[in-house]
Design a protein around this ligand. Structure first.
Ligand SMILES: Nc1ncnc2c1ncn2[C@@H]1O[C@H](COP(=O)(O)OP(=O)(O)OP(=O)(O)O)[C@@H](O)[C@H]1O
Ligand SMILES: [Mg+2]
Length: 202
């Protein structure tokens, strides 16, 4: 399977989602690789830092480009046992290619009107290309007006979204450069929904 993590906006939790989802998939016995297509190299730096501190990530993080993304399409698109999770920059040809080859695109977004506008723009691009996607709300704060409004906007627009939400947690922020422990901060649910969605799509 190829799961691409995409949002036209930066700083919304894409890299965190890629690493946490890959961790959940690896723990469920999938053969996982993360492809880092972002020139900022955040996922690669995360993996390098984890390795240097003796806490290596349980899957490879591979710098990738349009050619490697295309090769992944040949290698594992639709293959249930192999998961390639592609962490993307917020624009550019490699992001377009990662969209095209994906079995599913996850669109992480922070909540609030301005952030949701970008998530819907991303979702519309994906829908217009016939690509299966779901929006994932990250850094949520329970029982806030912002969260309620963002949820009702998702409903009103008929967008596809995860029931699971990722709460705003200082501890999660501090995971950059480390492996995850037992707690995946809600990403267990994201993994389960992703897996179910992909199975239903077959
Ligand atoms: N649920 C969360 N709770 C608290 N902090 C979070 C959460 N998710 C992500 N962060 C923090 O928010 C920042 C942005 O997250 P991340 O790097 O995953 O986003 P990104 O979309 O990949 O950003 P970029 O566009 O720069 O690649 C990071 O400092 C990260 O540690
Ligand atoms: Mg990133």
């Amino acid at each position: 399977m190829i799961i691409s993590i995409i949002n036209l906006k930066g700083g919304v939790g894409k890299t965190t989602t890629a690493i946490a989802l890959a961790t959940a998939a690896q723990r469920d016995g999938k053969d996982v690789e993360v492809y880092d297509t972002d020139p900022q190299s955040s996922a690669s730096l995360w993996a390098m830092s984890a390795e240097e501190s003796g806490d290596a990530l349980p899957f490879p993080v591979i710098p990738a480009n349009i050619a490697t993304v295309r090769a992944a399409e040949r290698k594992c698109k639709g293959d249930q046992a192999k998961w390639v999770v592609i962490d993307c920059p917020p624009n550019g040809h490699v992001m377009d290619e990662a969209m095209r080859v994906a079995d599913m695109v996850i669109v992480p977004t922070t909540t609030g009107p301005a952030d949701m506008v970008k998530a819907f723009e991303t979702a519309e691009t994906l829908s217009s290309r016939g690509i299966y996607y779901a929006i994932l709300m990250t850094r949520t704060v329970a029982r806030t007006l912002t969260l309620r409004q963002s949820l009702s906007e998702l409903e009103e627009r008929g967008a596809s979204y995860f029931d699971a939400q990722i709460p705003n947690r200082e501890a999660l922020k501090n995971f950059f450069g480390n492996s995850f422990g037992d707690d995946l901060f809600g990403y267990e649910g994201v993994y389960e929904e992703t897996k179910e969605g992909l199975e239903d799509g077959d």
